[in-house]
Design a protein around this ligand. Structure first.
Ligand code: PSU
Ligand code: MN
Length: 297
């Protein structure tokens, strides 16, 4: 294994014993959520994964290496200031010794390098509204890396129908967990259908096993958020209008920050809750998958 990869002792032990493991991203800690919501989301997600009998593997770039499994001190370093690292940035960010918070795309890659197949986040990136040329590298990574990504859909700041079309073109299944509808992050409803519905952890585990056996790479498991943010659509439309001039990697964090202001912080509590909920569902599915493998070997 490459020296570039630093797997924590706990994650290494879980890998060698075939224990269920769930990766977590840190862009949410470094850019997506303000203090103290960012650390709360990270710590509570890790706790939820442990409660379900799985091992959390939080990913970040530090000291010239890609870390899989962080200490609480590591998390605090990320929270104190980190650059946003997507898949294309992994090379130069490690080379320069940057402190990097990994996006969905970069976290999927790190998870795959370490042999971890389950990953929970808030919402995946996608195609931006009114800016179809701004398409998150998350979608491309889903097309090529065999990791199951548990999320509350794509961030509502995005063009959801276009994002789903792109996922379809890329051959990425979008499974609705207990729903026929793709959730919209701050809302359980988007009006867009998923490609298949799954109702129980064991069902998801079976679909994943069969999908990977038939050449599918990334899979999205869309979990409805545990609550709704009232008037989310109007808030988002306003934020998108106000930030029409912003582009590139700054756009996603800026939009999330503006929605937080416009909702008087209500979007932040929901954001933490849905991330933790996704982590819990991912841990249950990872556990069911481990059982399935034991049963068949
Ligand atoms: N969802 C959130 N908060 C976030 C993000 C997603 O609730 O901070 C991050 C994820 O890391 C995702 C990234 O991969 O935003 C997408 O950024 P971009 O559109 O620049 O690819
Ligand atoms: Mn982008």
């Amino acid at each position: 294994m490459s020296d570039l990869l630093a797997i924590s002792p706990e994650v290494a032990d879980a890998l060698s014993r075939g224990k269920p493991i769930v990766a977590l991203e840190t862009s949410i800690v470094g850019q997506g959520l303000p203090h103290p919501y960012n650390l709360r989301a990270a710590r509570e997600s890790e706790a939820a994964i442990r409660e379900e009998g799985a091992v959390p593997a939080t990913v970040a770039v530090m000291d010239g290496r890609v870390h899989v499994g962080l200490t609480d001190a590591d998390l605090q370093r990320i929270a104190a200031g980190a650059i946003k690292v997507s898949s294309r940035d992994l090379g130069w960010a490690t080379g320069r010794g940057a402190i990097g918070a990994t996006t969905v795309a970069a976290t999927m890659r790190a998870a795959a390098m370490a042999g971890v197949r389950f990953f929970a986040t808030g919402g995946i990136g996608g195609v931006h509204r009114g800016r179809p040329e701004d398409q998150s590298a998350d979608l491309v990574e889903l097309s090529r890396t065999p990791v199951a990504v548990f999320c509350a859909g794509a961030k509502i700041i995005l063009d959801l129908p276009l994002t789903l079309e792109r996922l379809e073109s890329f051959g990425v299944p979008v499974l609705g967990y207990g729903t026929d509808e793709f959730p919209a992050f701050y809302s359980k409803h988007s009006g867009c259908p998923v490609s298949a519905r799954v109702d129980k952890p064991i069902d998801v585990a079976r679909v994943l096993q069969a999908s990977w056996a038939t050449g599918t790479r990334g899979v999205v498991i869309a979990v409805p958020p545990p609550a709704e943010l009232e008037g989310a659509e109007e808030l988002v439309q306003r934020a998108v209008r106000e930030l029409a001039d912003v582009s590139g990697p700054d756009l996603t964090p800026r939009l999330l920050a503006r929605v937080a202001e416009l909702s008087n912080g209500k979007s932040l509590d929901l954001n933490v809750d849905l991330v933790v909920n996704n982590a819990r569902v991912a841990a249950r599915v990872a556990s069911a998958f481990s059982e399935l493998r034991k049963g068949s070997s």
